[in-house]
Design a protein around this ligand. Structure first.
Ligand code: M6R
Length: 576
């Protein structure tokens, strides 16, 4: 959840690390810090809050490590900010992950005279290093990792040494190579400005980065050959390009994403009896759309499990099931654990992942890469759309039917012209404290997704229900103070959802309807109507997603929220 980066080269390290941290900030933004090494001394600057708080000064040196934090152990405070130094101020570390046995280690180190300066789990790493250092940093790191339980990627800097040593077990780590300057970071976005030549580091690996290159070894110290890859992203994807927020830019990239996703060539073996989808958050809602789709089109049973529940509930599945893990980042800890559990028990796993060579992508038996490109906004938008199109492709492929794309790129483009209407609606509705979202059938997951978007970026409470469930409880919430956003296109359940809207209106509830272009009847009963182009029933989720994203975006914007970095959240959830 935190972001780490290390640099050594010919340039001053501080500005390079600062720029890298800004790109990693979507992983966490509770505090930030940089440590550089210069003339045998470590120089440290760290602060609670955003990376920009580090801009007031600079530190000397052409080698350094840096961190942006999403708090797990210890509040967002200066003292809990990384990097941490040992007592002799010779060693410095930055860490992403959770050290589960830190209390036990802390106790041991305290007894040996170590005075801790923070409440974090991470600080034990730097004191262990100092304890195990007898002239060889690599050896000290190997002895340190033997003592650690939990998940980690950490970087180590030692005063006087022209090297950065990093270790990985469970949290992402990638090396960037650029001739005489090299990098190590949590993900590619931090390096892409400088290089596209990378090495993805596996679990239980130690990396020594120098200006000359990289040495890779396992946790027994045995050398391993590095495998260098070329990243197909570019720097423009990591920039806002005139948009106010990454989220808005990513929403507007969706026609291109649909086009790219439609070009995907799938070869699927239909050698399973049930598809079991595991995912979290938005990816799980895409999975739920997939369930409706695949059951309807391909007539194959599909179950969807929230990955964090799946891993702890003694799930029932057989070797005849195909486990499909959906994840944008490919790093979500719960989804990764679900994949590992499924594999341990002999099930076949397929990943639908956006980030190439991410951990889940590398661990599944088969992989389909979604074509969303780099997604930076914490609120997932274009990755969701890419997941939906990929699920359409899977459903039609499993059914042995042709899926031509049905003019979807143009329809998605057309739907984006709703932007100014959504901006106006946001001004009208931004002050409400609670919203209900309803939808039926294949649009029910869209209600869940729309409510999640509103919650996470505008901090407005929103609950989503299958429209038919209203009368079983939530109708009690309906009043003038709680508007309902109803997804009600002209599909096979139109009349049913229409009746549910009437039930809301009969109780003085305000209704914003997402309907099909030309539906005058719905206009008569709703307070506001958002019209979607007419499409075949199964494709409405793809179009409905767009006004729901824009509604949440503009409400959050009117409220002045930090849209790309919503409070308490991070983009890649690499902790449980
Ligand atoms: O990277 P993943 O797709 O595995 O992430 C899953 C969720 O954490 C993610 O979709 C989250 O719910 C988003 N912030 C939603 O916008």
């Amino acid at each position: 959840m935190c972001g780490i980066i290390g640099y050594l080269g010919q340039k001053e390290a501080y500005p390079v690390l600062l720029a890298g941290l800004e790109r990693l900030e979507y992983r966490g933004y509770d505090s930030a810090g940089i440590c550089t090494a210069h003339h045998g001394t470590l120089h440290l600057h760290k602060k609670k809050g955003r990376v920009e708080n580090l801009k007031s000064i600079t530190l000397p040196g052409t080698i350094g490590i840096a961190h942006t934090r999403w708090s797990t152990h210890g509040s967002p405070a200066d003292k809990n900010a990384h990097p941490f130094l040992d007592q002799s101020k010779q060693f410095s570390i930055v860490h992403n992950g959770i050290i589960e046995n830190y209390l036990e280690l802390k106790e041991e180190l305290r007894k040996e005279g170590v005075a801790f300066t923070s409440d974090t789990d991470s600080e034990v790493i730097v004191h262990l290093l100092a304890k195990y250092y007898h002239g060889n940093l690599q050896e000290a790191v190997l002895n340190t990792v033997k003592r650690l339980m939990g998940a980690y990627a950490f970087c180590v800097l030692k005063s006087g040494n022209q090297e950065i040593i990093a270790a990985r077990n469970g949290s992402p780590l990638v090396v960037g190579l650029n001739g005489g300057e090299n990098f190590i970071a949590s993900d590619v976005s931090a390096l892409i400005e400088h290089t596209r030549r990378v090495i993805y580091v596996d679990d239980f690996r130690l990396v020594k980065v120098t200006r000359q290159g990289v040495e890779l070894s396992d946790f027994q110290g045995r050398p391993l050959p590095p495998s260098i890859k070329e990243v197909n992203w570019n720097i423009e994807q990591a920039q806002k390009q005139g948009y106010k927020h990454f989220m808005l830019k990513e929403i507007f990239e969706q026609p291109q994403v649909v086009e790219d996703s439609l070009r995907l060539n799938l070869s699927l073996r239909k050698d399973f009896s049930r598809l079991l989808i595991v995912a979290c958050g938005t990816a799980s809602y895409a999975g739920l759309v997939g369930k409706y789709l695949i059951e309807k089109i391909a007539k194959i049973p599909v179950a969807v499990e929230i990955a964090s529940e799946f891993r702890y509930k003694e799930p029932l599945f057989s070797r005849d099931d195909l486990i499909l893990a959906i994840s944008q980042s490919g790093e979500t800890a719960d989804t990764l654990a679900a994949v590992r559990l499924a594999r341990q028990q002999g099930a076949k796993t397929l990943g639908m992942i956006n980030v190439v060579d991410s951990t889940i992508a590398r661990e599944v038996d088969d992989i389909i890469y979604t074509r969303a490109g780099l997604e930076i906004g914490v609120a997932s938008t274009k990755a969701f759309i890419a997941q939906l199109v990929t699920l359409y492709k899977i459903a039609y492929a499993l059914a042995g039917q042709e899926f031509s794309g049905e003019g979807l790129v143009e329809k998605v483009q057309q739907t984006l012209s709703l932007n100014s209407q959504l901006k106006d609606l946001a001004k009208k509705y931004f002050a409400y404290q609670n919203f209900l979202y309803i939808g039926r059938n294949i649009n029910y997951p869209l209600a869940l997704e729309g409510a999640l978007k509103l919650k996470e970026i505008s901090y407005i409470h929103a609950e989503a229900y299958p429209a038919g469930e209203l009368k079983h409880g939530p109708l009690a919430l309906v009043s003038e103070e709680t508007p309902t956003l109803a997804i009600c296109p002209q599909d096979s359940v139109y009349e049913k959802t229409f009746s549910n809207i009437q039930e809301v209106k009969a109780r003085n509830g305000k209704v914003i309807a997402v309907a099909t272009q030309g539906d005058e009847r719905i206009k008569g009963i709703s307070d506001d109507v958002i019209y979607l182009p007419s499409v075949k029933e199964v494709f409405y989720p793809l179009l409905a997603a767009i006004p729901l994203q824009l509604f949440a975006y503009h409400i959050a914007d009117v409220k002045g929220c930090d849209i790309d970095r919503p409070r308490n959240l991070a983009k890649a959830v690499t902790v449980e």
